[in-house]
Design a protein around this ligand. Sequence first.
Ligand code: TXA
Ligand code: MG
Length: 353
Amino acid sequence: MTRADAGPRVERGLPMVLPGDDPAAIAEAAALLRAGELVAFPTETVYGLGADALDPAAVARIFAAKERPSFDPLIVHLADALEVGDHAEAADASDPRVARLAARFWPGPLTLVLRKRDHIPGIVTAGLPTVGLRVPDHPVARALIRAAGVPVAAPSANRFGRVSPTRASHVVRGLGPRVRLVLDGGPCRVGVESTVILLAEGRAALLRPGGVPAEAIETEIGPLEIATPGAPGSAALAPGGSGAHYAPRARLEIVDPFGPGAAHRLRARPGERLGLLATSSAGAEAARAIGGPFAAERLLAADGDPVTVAAGLFEALHDLDAAAVDRIVAQPMPAVGLGRAVMDRLRRAAREA
Ligand code: TXA
Ligand code: MG
């Protein structure tokens, strides 16, 4: 596919979707990135909307396409952990905790926020002195970054505040012609975004729970400070970390089917299309016994396994939106391991965070 071929398809309102395992597609995508265009690509967490991180005009296109506020910084994706020293200040890049976490979790769903070097444009970091760096664990993502030969700034490939995409079709539906090319890598394995850790200036703070459990990080480097949304100073620490986010079109409520007063909230009102998002079979059965009827149901994991729940969470929210439900009742789960990221995303979708 040449760039000239892309024109008419963009005018018809569709981005190109090409197979991510095709070297010609990778070359095409890399050429678009180098030309300052946007490319959506799969990672192990969610699909990213990528631009050349060193090209401020290209990065500005990301903010425009997502309708994302400029105070929310982007993660810069690298092909190899060895490149951290190219983009982070020497004092932070040589922090032994960085080496430890990189060795244990990269490539993988972990973002390290370190003091940036001067060549990282301010638009990438929303004017912060720090930059989020991540080496994704997906062959298509890494092939693309390598072929482009530049670090790739990429937020999740959804409009701001909406549910993150875990399939190429979610990107096409959400962004349409705002992106030139989508590399299709099938469904994302992890299903929730990376864990974001601030390691600048000797600190260690959890800015966003995600695909690497906080407990596993603490095993490597000791206790983490928690940057609680709403706490003094936390807005500057984790600019994207507060406010409504990940919202499906339908209103979402977290309802424990085993909790007090559940029956009332789990019952569909007259004329209401109610959706059920269950995190275990036991929860689904309890919800059906006391509530409903449900116009659509999604069971994320029969046994409630948090890794399985995380993997299917965003896809289920996209599906329930497609089923045009008016309200979604979501079953909570213990906030341990990946359950912490799941509950963080559910609370934001419910606008409780
Ligand atoms: O898994 C992921 O992290 C995905 C894939 C595409 O890699 N990306 C992603 O990006 O979730 P995004 O833009 O949706 O979320 C990035 C978040 C920001 O909202 C912010 O909370 C944090 O990462 N972040 C990035 N750079 C930061 C910085 N310099 N200081 C503090 N937080 C930062
Ligand atoms: Mg996002």
